[in-house]
Write a protein of this length. Structure first.
Length: 246
C-alpha cells in the first residue's frame, strides 16, 4: 500500500514588528518646538492685544497666558512692539493674498466690465469668510484690526500691509464707475472700511439695539447684506444731480 506523502509544514507569516515607543513618539526637532512656541505666543498676544490694546499689555502678561516664564518670551521677542508687529503681519499676509486673488479672478472673469457690487463682494466676502469660518483666533485678529486701525500707529501698519489690495479694489471700482469722480470712489471706500471694521470689532451693540434680532457675530448675515448696501451707496454718491455726487 502506498504511503501518504508527508505534508509540508505551513508557517504563518511573521507579523511585522511593533514600532518602538520611541518611534511612536518621535521627539520634535528644535525647529518644530520653536515654531510651536511661536504660534502659542502669537495667539496669546493676539487675544490680549485685541482686548487691551498695544499699551495695555506687557510681555509678562503674554508669558503668563502662554504659561511660561517671561524670560523665555524675551528669547523670542526683544520688545513688545516687535511682538505686536508680528501679530499683525501673521494674518495680514493671508487675508491680503486671498483678497488680491479674488479681485484678480473677478477682474479677469468680467473682461473689463465689472460691477460695483461684484467688486465689493470679491473684496468683502472673501475677508468675511475668513473671520466667520476661521475660528476664534481669526475673530480675535479681526477685533484687533478694528481697534488698531483707529490709532496712528495701527493705521501705519494697515497702510503697509493692506494698501496694495485696497488700491486693487479701487482700480476695479474705477472701471465699474468710469464717470464717477475719483474722490467719491475713495470716499466710498472710506465708508466701506468703516462698516467692515465696526463689524469685525464685535462689540455686541447691534445685538442690544435690535433686542437680539441681529447678531454681530453672524458673519453670514453680514456678508449677505454688506456688499449690496455699500454698492448702493457708491451708485448714489456717484450719480450726478442735486441728490448725488458733490
Amino acid at each position: 500500500m502506498a504511503t501518504a506523502e508527508p505534508r509540508s509544514e505551513i508557517k504563518a507569516p511573521r507579523a511585522p514588528a511593533e514600532p518602538s515607543v520611541a518611534a511612536k513618539r518621535r521627539r520634535r526637532t528644535k525647529v518644530e518646538q520653536r515654531a510651536d512656541m511661536m504660534e502659542q505666543i502669537l495667539d496669546a498676544a493676539e487675544y490680549l492685544f485685541s482686548v487691551h490694546g498695544l499699551y495695555g499689555v506687557t510681555l509678562k502678561d503674554v508669558a503668563k497666558r502662554v504659561g511660561v516664564h517671561h524670560t523665555l518670551l524675551n528669547y523670542y521677542f526683544t520688545d513688545k512692539k516687535k511682538l505686536f508687529d508680528d501679530v499683525i503681519a501673521r494674518r495680514a499676509e493671508v487675508t491680503s493674498t486671498l483678497r488680491m486673488r479674488a479681485l484678480d479672478d473677478y477682474d479677469a472673469a468680467t473682461k473689463g466690465k465689472p460691477t460695483v457690487e461684484g467688486a465689493l463682494r470679491a473684496f468683502l466676502d472673501t475677508d468675511l469668510d475668513l473671520y466667520g469660518q476661521g475660528g476664534e483666533n481669526w475673530k480675535n485678529y479681526g477685533a484687533l484690526g478694528a481697534q488698531v486701525s483707529n490709532t496712528p500707529y495701527g493705521a501705519e501698519l494697515m497702510d503697509f500691509h493692506f494698501d496694495p489690495v485696497v488700491l486693487r479694489l479701487i482700480d476695479i471700482l474705477k472701471k465699474a464707475l468710469p464717470d464717477c469722480a475719483e474722490e467719491d470712489i475713495f470716499w466710498g471706500y472710506h465708508f466701506v472700511t468703516g462698516a467692515l471694521m465696526l463689524s469685525l470689532a464685535r462689540t455686541g451693540r447691534i445685538n442690544r439695539l435690535s433686542g437680539g434680532l441681529c447678531d454681530g457675530e453672524d458673519f453670514e448675515a453680514i456678508k449677505a447684506r454688506m456688499a449690496s448696501f455699500m454698492a448702493a451707496g457708491f451708485l448714489s454718491i456717484c450719480k450726478p444731480g442735486p441728490n448725488g455726487g458733490r
